[in-house]
Design a protein around this ligand. Structure first.
Ligand code: FES
Length: 574
């Protein structure tokens, strides 16, 4: 492809004409202290920054935007920082997933409506990575992702603490009476001790790794801890590269091929990645015109072992992963299963980008013949309870529950579950199947991370630590347990999950990839005829828009009007 000339820059439409409007654009640039020397013939690079004072995972991104800016200037571009919705996982309620598509829309329109030639996307806390990428793919300009980087290991006394995973673990111990409030408070003080995203293999670490596997970051970028000085240098290098990407017209569409997505699914499985990645990858692939189905995940998962020994499926944390060789090290172990000709933002192939990569610790990044889990990191189930599919992460569950049949204990929504789960009179045994309804994309709303239903207190005290749990919700990537998630269609739109009653037998067979509600068809038909949908939660605003346009989990939960790769017109400038 020939190199773009300054006359072909998109930003020239704003700055290069001689009409009334371009007078306004130039005079207002001068108002901001910019001269022709700042922008004439230079690629304008938008730094789409999800920094916020209430997002601890992104608290360093204001500083990193300065590093990106330095890189853009070094390479002869003009950096323009554009703040975007931050989607802070701990604070945004009811769930950040309700707003993933809002950030995707914002990123897309920020890029489209401004005089930009390319973009650098700064994110990392769970939903921000897929949202920024979805938006940038639809906007279509050259774009590079700068992952926020994982935080340092947590620490409590002699213990290493992992985000999320150890919260759930010690919360269960607190409820069981094995630790006290003082211990709990010490854990609170030591579990998050630096900037950066969760440092377990949760959704953030999974999605930033997959952004790299797709070719959207500099090689090796996703594994660098946020607090490491190499992270700053990576940000500056990304700024420099963004300018070059504009001259080369290296757009997301030229990178995100079906083969690139197949690579991302392979890496997801090898990482033992978060189940949330399934929903996000399907949505991202839909935007790129390279559709992915749930069945592709199942097929690839059967061939790929989990080799990243990272919690919650394994023992270590992201800092250890980085020192062990990081994602490039892991990719080098899987080169026989990857499409090495896929190109990345730097114009090189995946094969070239992992050439020479090494693994320095075989326990953290395992060899293929000594995996953490031999295959099937994520299993996709179908059956009478989930006609359009459901997912489970077998590696994170007790093996005895992977082929199980038991009576349902049904909670009609989250509040019902919260009220009754610890009731000593609840009719529940370790063999029961806990069912949560109305927690899906429409029902939640926003498909909150409620899928790891708590073990009833009386069973916890009896030593039970895992049970079969089924819902149309998602689960935090840092969670573990025999949780069947993303049941589709969801209860709130009348899926069979809505029809389950206490005492119905449910059978899960992970090897056979089945999830069945064991009741006669005529009884199911009778219940279906009597079913009425829950009342809409929102009468107006974004919530109403969300309920009207959200697709189901197996379709990636994109908005129906945002999905697809159809081109959108450039803005008129007059
Ligand atoms: Fe931001 Fe976990 S809270 S990544």
């Amino acid at each position: 492809m020939s190199r773009k000339t300054p006359d072909q820059l998109r930003s020239r439409r704003w700055f290069g004409a001689t009409d009334l409007r371009s007078f306004g654009h130039r005079s207002r640039a001068k108002q901001m202290g910019l001269d022709e020397a700042d922008y004439a013939g230079k690629p304008v690079i938008g730094i789409v920054n999800t920094w916020s004072e209430i997002n601890p995972c992104h608290i360093h991104l204001r500083e990193r935007a300065e590093d990106v800016r330095r890189g853009v200037l070094q390479a002869g571009g003009l950096p323009i920082e554009l703040p975007a919705l931050s989607l802070s996982e701990p604070y945004v309620k009811p769930t950040t997933m309700l707003y993933r598509n809002l950030l995707a829309m914002e990123a897309e329109e920020l890029i489209r409506c401004h005089p930009l030639d390319g973009a650098v996307l700064l994110g990392g806390c769970d939903k921000t990575t897929p949202a920024l990428i979805m938006g940038a793919v639809s906007a279509g300009l050259p774009a590079i992702f700068v992952p926020a980087g994982p935080m340092l290991r947590g620490n409590w006394r002699a213990e290493t603490l992992g985000s999320g995973s150890d919260v759930w673990k010690y919360w269960a111990e607190l409820r069981a009476g094995n630790i006290g409030p003082e211990d709990w408070e010490e854990i609170e003080s030591g579990i998050a001790r630096s900037p950066g995203h969760c440092m377990t293999m949760g959704t953030a670490s999974t999605m930033t790794a997959l952004a790299e596997a797709l070719g959207l970051t500099l090689p090796g970028a996703s594994s660098i801890p946020a607090a490491d000085s190499r992270h700053r240098r990576m940000a500056a290098a990304s700024g420099r590269l963004a300018v070059e990407m504009v001259w080369q017209d290296r757009t997301p569409a030229s990178i995100l091929t079906p083969e690139a997505f197949a690579n991302a699914v392979t890496i997801d499985m090898a990482l033992g990645g978060s189940t949330n990645a399934i929903v996000h990858l399907i949505a991202m692939a839909g935007r790129a015109g390279a559709p992915l189905t749930l069945d592709s995940f199942d097929a690839i998962s059967r061939k790929v072992p989990v080799i990243a020994n990272i919690r919650p499926s394994g023992a270590y944390l992201m800092e250890d992963f980085y020192y062990a060789g990081g994602l490039r090290g892991l990719l080098s172990r899987l080169d026989g299963q990857l499409e090495l000709e896929c190109r990345a933002v730097n114009g090189r192939t995946l094969g070239e980008n992992i050439a020479g990569a090494q693994v320095w610790n075989d326990d953290v990044i395992r060899p293929l013949d000594n995996p953490v889990y031999p295959q099937g990191a994520t299993a996709v189930l179908h059956g009478t309870l989930a006609p359009d599919g459901a997912v489970i992460k077998p590696a994170a569950a007790e093996a005895r529950l992977l082929n199980h049949r038991g009576p349902a204990v049904v909670f009609r929504d989250y509040n019902d579950m919260a009220e009754r789960i610890d009731d000593p009179a609840l009719d529940v045994t370790p063999d029961s199947v806990l069912v949560l309804q109305n927690a899906g994309p429409v029902g939640g709303p926003g498909m909150p991370e409620w899928g790891q239903l708590p073990i009833p207190k009386k069973l916890l005290q009896a030593g039970v630590r895992d049970m079969l749990r089924i819902s149309d919700a998602r689960m935090s990537g840092t969670s573990y347990g025999a949780c069947v998630l993303h049941v589709a269609p969801e209860a709130a739109v009348g899926g069979p999950l809505a029809l389950v009653q206490d005492g119905d037998f449910i059978a899960v067979d992970v090897d056979g990839r089945r999830l069945d509600l064991d009741i006669p068809e005529d009884e199911l038909a009778r219940r279906r005829a009597a079913w009425t949908p829950p009342l809409p939660r929102f009468q107006r605003g974004f919530g109403a828009l969300h309920a009207e346009h959200i697709t189901q989990a197996d379709k990636g939960c994109d908005f129906d009007f945002l999905a697809g790769a159809a081109p959108t017109a450039e803005p008129e400038i007059h």
